[in-house]
Design a protein around this ligand. Structure first.
Ligand code: G4P
Length: 541
């Protein structure tokens, strides 16, 4: 039996991993991801009171917003994992940072899920960040369910929204629910699959579904004004004619998206969304790895780390590596081999996450996320497994778009700077480059907000006040190629070279022209804008 094969389950019983649904929500900021997360947890019975996820009152803060900077700025910048059970299934919802500066972090989170919910604001349609995140999902052919939010407000025409998804994302759409009017004329939601009307209750929130024979059921006469009834009958007919019927395979292959119109705030479409995930979202999929993809049903445990976070909670001053289990049945205390170092490590205190509450995990199946407390020994991109020579692929570093020199205000703290920068680089907060010819450390980020996070955390966690100054570089590229050519290049360009945290050579380009010239002058070398994380350190030529 190899990692590429599923272990046959005992007769008649689905394997444990088949009960897992591991997914993330992607959206443009303000489309309603936080509100929808809370509504999903509520609908699934995972929390009992609205407001437990988002603290009620003055500040926007979800339970999963762990860090001070997030609370101060009212944005979510870290990844959290929420696990809940329903209908015999275990759902793992991975929260992604909504801010565009964190696309790298978000990308890594998306490598750890099997499907995604794409939230659109019904008044805005597809926005820039939605598109970027969608592209990441498409790279992995990820199945996507679309939730068109805020139909209780004035919105774009539902057909225009479906067309936009079809035309800009090249995805077929199948509406599952249909809005009965929007904004001032909003009368509820019609479930096209179940043939039910979900009308507002006395508070304006979604009431219980009422069974009907179809959108032209005479019973609707007592529930909707005549013109709404006529519009519903016409629109639902047109929607059925214009859109292909739901096709599970097309959805699972990433060609078709079921579309749920709804309102996260007023809970319309949320129960329908949860049951759509339960019914259609895929169980854990095989994961890309070398030497071969890993099947979730293989009996050997394996997983990869997609996120490391330090100091999540003042009561637990540790680092936690978030590992997606990709195969086997993980048991507490199990010994796993870290592929990067070859070391065996016993995982004594793994954690399941439900935002701030932590529970000790005794067992986890493929698709689950576990937190592994450690003291800096585990990095993003690490493969941990029971077998030798297995490495999960597909967790890249992106070339930074902003490069800054780092100086410490208090020279006494200089020697701590290295440790702090390396720690934060291991976590993936920033990338760190050490110039070959002396000089200050250089940090690279994809967006400016990452610099704020860096400065705040250096001060709060390492008592180092740093000054960040623009570095005279426009971009950085990982250089690779035949060893002798690389050695010649390194000798000729020492002043423009730095090493990344894994001692990989990086060319620091002053401008686009500089980079283009190098690409031309050294045709045998490649200048890469992404690099797979945690590949074994290059042997120096
Ligand atoms: P995000 O995480 O995607 O950034 O969005 P979030 O849920 O924070 O929602 C952004 C704003 O949109 C919030 O209003 C929220 O109440 C509102 N919203 C979310 N879903 C719906 C919906 O279905 N209908 C309507 N009408 N509004 C919705 P805010 O005023 O910015 O924040 P708050 O004062 O309500 O916290």
């Amino acid at each position: 039996m190899t990692l590429a094969e599923d272990r046959p389950a005992p007769s008649g019983m689905p394997a444990e991993y088949e009960r897992r649904r591991t997914f993330a929500i992607i959206s443009h900021p303000d489309a309603g991801k936080t509100t929808l997360t809370e509504a999903i947890l509520l609908a699934a019975g995972a929390i009992h009171l609205a407001g437990e996820v988002r603290a009620r009152g003055e500040r926007r803060r979800t339970r999963s917003d762990w860090m001070k900077i997030e609370q101060a700025r009212g944005i979510s910048v870290t990844t959290s994992v929420m696990t809940f059970a329903r209908d015999g299934l275990v759902f793992n919802l991975l929260d992604t940072p909504g801010h565009e500066d964190f696309s790298e972090d978000t990308y890594r989170t998306l490598t750890a899920v099997d499907s995604a919910i794409m939230v659109l604001d019904a008044a805005r349609g597809i926005q820039s960040q939605t598109r970027k995140l969608f592209e990441v999902c498409r790279l992995r052919d990820m199945p996507i369910i679309t939730f068109i939010n805020k139909i209780d407000r004035e919105a774009l025409d539902p057909f225009a929204l479906l067309d936009e998804i079809h035309d800009t994302l090249a995805l077929d759409t199948t509406p599952v629910t249909w809005p009965v009017g929007m904004g001032g004329l909003f009368h509820g939601l019609y479930d096209l699959h179940a043939n039910t009307l979900i009308a507002p209750d006395a508070t304006g929130d979604a009431g219980p579904p009422q069974a009907l024979s179809g959108p032209d059921d005479v019973a609707l006469a007592s529930k909707l004004p005549a013109e709404r009834r006529a519009a519903l009958a016409d629109e639902s007919l047109l929607a059925r004619e214009a859109c292909p019927p739901f096709d599970l395979q097309a959805y699972r292959e990433g060609h078709l998206t079921p579309v749920i119109f709804g309102s996260a705030l007023k809970k319309f479409g949320v129960a329908e969304l949860v049951s759509a995930i339960a019914r259609w979202a895929p169980p854990p999929r095989p994961q890309p790895a070398e030497p071969a993809p890993v099947a979730p049903g293989s009996d050997k445990v394996s997983g990869f780390v997609f996120k490391v976070q330090a100091n999540m909670d003042k009561n637990h001053r540790d680092r936690v590596a978030f590992m997606r289990v990709c195969s086997g049945r993980f048991q507490r205390g199990m010994k796993l081999r870290q592929e990067r170092t070859g070391r065996q490590m016993a995982v004594q205190n793994p954690i399941f996450f439900f935002a701030r509450d932590r529970d000790l995990a005794e067992e986890a199946a493929a698709g689950d996320i576990i937190g592994i407390p450690n003291h800096g020994t585990i990095s993003v991109g690490d493969t941990l497994s029971e077998v030798d020579a297995l490495r999960f692929t597909g967790l890249p570093n992106f070339a930074p778009e902003i490069l800054c020199r780092v100086r410490v205000r208090d020279a006494m703290r200089t020697k701590h700077l290295r440790k702090a920068l390396e720690d934060l680089a291991e976590e993936g907060v920033t990338q760190v480059f050490r110039p070959r010819l002396g000089g200050d450390w250089i940090v690279g980020v994809v967006g400016p907000l990452q610099l704020d996070v860096l400065a705040t955390r250096m001060e709060a966690e390492y008592s180092i006040e740093v000054v960040l100054e623009p570095a005279p570089y426009d971009t950085a590229r990982w250089v690779d190629g035949p060893a002798d050519e690389l050695a010649r290049f390194e000798a000729a360009n020492r002043g423009a070279l730095a090493d990344d945290k894994d001692d990989r050579p990086v060319f620091m380009a002053r401008n686009r022209w500089d980079l283009d010239r190098m690409i031309q002058d050294w045709p045998k070398l490649s200048f890469q804008s992404t690099r797979e994380r945690a590949t074994p350190t290059r042997e120096r030529a």
